[in-house]
Design a protein around this ligand. Structure first.
Ligand code: ADP
Ligand code: MG
Length: 450
């Protein structure tokens, strides 16, 4: 097992145990620098990450390393070692190279922000993502002419980033790398903008973001609360749109549910809005089979079925589980059996999804999701835009926190417990019959468990 394989397996373990934002922040640019006897040296991007890993994640990392490695490991050393360029360097790098394209290789992130793995070929289409997939293909085939912008939304780990980047790859390929393509997370857009403003490089910033043929901005919901970045994005959007340049945006929620300026929201609705939902069983099976094929790894049909049946809501987790199984059996040089796999997955599938959030936090999440005030939710108003969210909130307090009906009534401005029961029953019914309610609740749940 190479250092890279070992670290991949470790990351696979960690990804299951740490929230996504934390995982990305702290483990994004880590790798194994060296291994000697019982010591592993982990390369990290900067001193801050080093301290953080030492202080907060050391035990977890050691545990994961021990779980996946055959060797005895006693010590981990974290060393600052810059492998990949950081934001600002990356920002300068594109400027210098004047966006001359180069073909991305393997899974490294190229300078357009694209990961080699996220292509259309590697994307499995199911009914829950077929609209978003078809729209992405259409956009890739005719930049700026099919739907502009294309707005993709859905819960975490359902393939949004993958689709976005697939368009980027496809456009580079179709145009023989002539088209200028740029993928950026909302966070990167924000950081680049702040950096440019601070360093008097506003023009350079514009030259990068406003002169592309295709701009993809991921996780746009993070624009909330960032006024000047919103303003900048608004102008970027307008310039690109006026010049028929393509914009693709994705978010964990529909445009209406993002708290940003209305003029931006209305623009998000100009083109096509497509959602991705939780994968159906057939999609999950197909993804597992495809991943096995890519890794030239054989898994019995019944084992694949078992994994797909037990991990339902998140493709990232599905892949994580598969990686864990493969790594484990490769290390032990054994063939997976159904019983073995069951045991291995036990810790994932029996991890209680029960959250430890409070009524107050849930109140915040729901208010934020529907973009209504907390006072409105707990108040007496019977306005339609408050009544629906209020009932969903009561339903979730019951389902997620297991609050009693009287205490739900109490939390919500001293309502009677029968009101809480009514709301609970009503929403339980609605989930069966109303697509929108079901979606909303699914998205709110994603946020609760993030
Ligand atoms: P999101 O951006 O929605 O949180 P990602 O695009 O990062 O999700 O997907 C999470 C993981 O699942 C990635 O490794 C991605 O390649 C994989 N994935 C998601 N959807 C699919 C799909 N339809 N086919 C194959 N792999 C997928
Ligand atoms: Mg994503």
């Amino acid at each position: 097992m190479t250092n890279q394989q070992l670290w991949q397996a470790v990351l696979g373990e960690l990804e299951l145990q740490i929230s996504k934002p934390n995982f990305t922040t702290w483990f994004k640019n880590t790798f194994i620098l060296d291994r000697e006897a019982d010591k592993v040296i982990v390369g990290v991007a900067n001193g801050f990450t080093k301290i953080w890993l030492e202080k907060k994640y050391h035990d977890l990392i050691l545990k994961a390393l021990r779980a996946v490695s055959q060797d005895v490991i006693r010590e981990i050393i974290y060393k600052v070692e810059n492998k990949k360029p950081e934001t600002t360097e990356f920002f300068m790098a594109i400027k210098k190279e004047d966006l001359k394209n180069e073909i991305p290789e393997d899974t490294a992130i190229n300078k357009y922000g694209l990961n080699g793995k996220y292509t259309f070929e590697n994307f499995i289409v199911g009914k829950e993502n077929e609209l978003a997939h078809a729209a992405s293909l259409a956009v890739a085939a005719k930049l700026g002419q099919s739907y502009n912008p294309l707005f993709i939304y859905g819960g975490s780990g359902l393939g949004k980033t993958h689709l976005l980047q697939a368009v980027g790859h496809q456009v580079l390929k179709n145009s023989n790398n002539k088209k200028r393509v740029l993928y950026a997370t909302c966070e990167k857009f924000t950081n680049d903008f702040i950096y440019a403003v601070r360093n008097g490089q506003a023009n350079e910033f514009k030259n990068i973001y406003r002169l592309v043929d295709l701009l993809m901005v991921d996780d746009i919901q993070f624009l909330a609360g960032k006024e000047s970045t919103q303003e900048e994005f608004f102008h970027t959007f307008n310039t690109l749109h006026q010049n028929n340049k393509q914009i693709i945006i994705c978010s964990d929620r529909p445009p209406k549910a993002i708290s940003i300026e209305n003029r931006l929201l209305s623009r998000f609705e100009w083109g096509m809005i497509a959602d991705v939902g939780a994968p159906a069983l057939e999609t999950r099976i197909a993804i597992l089979e495809n991943n096995c094929k890519k890794k030239s790894y054989f898994l019995e049909r019944e084992i694949i079925n078992y994994i797909a049946t037990n991990i339902q809501n998140n493709i990232r987790e599905l892949e994580g589980a598969l990686n864990r199984i493969i790594a484990y059996h490769q290390l032990n040089n054994s063939a997976p059996t159904l019983d073995g796999v069951k045991k291995l997955l036990m810790s994932i599938t029996t991890t209680p999804r029960q959250s430890s959030i409070t009524n107050r936090q849930l109140l915040n999440i729901v208010a934020n999701f529907f973009d209504v005030s907390i006072d409105g939710l707990t108040g007496q108003s019977r306005k339609k835009e408050l009544v629906g969210p209020r009932q969903i909130l009561m339903y979730l307090m019951r389902e997620e926190i297991k609050s009693s009906y009287p205490s739900i009534g109490h939390e919500l401005g001293g309502r009677d417990h029968t009101t809480a029961i009514h709301a609970y029953l009503k929403i339980s019914e609605e989930i069966k019959n109303n697509e929108k309610t079901r979606k909303d609740i699914e998205l709110i749940r994603q946020r609760i468990h993030q």
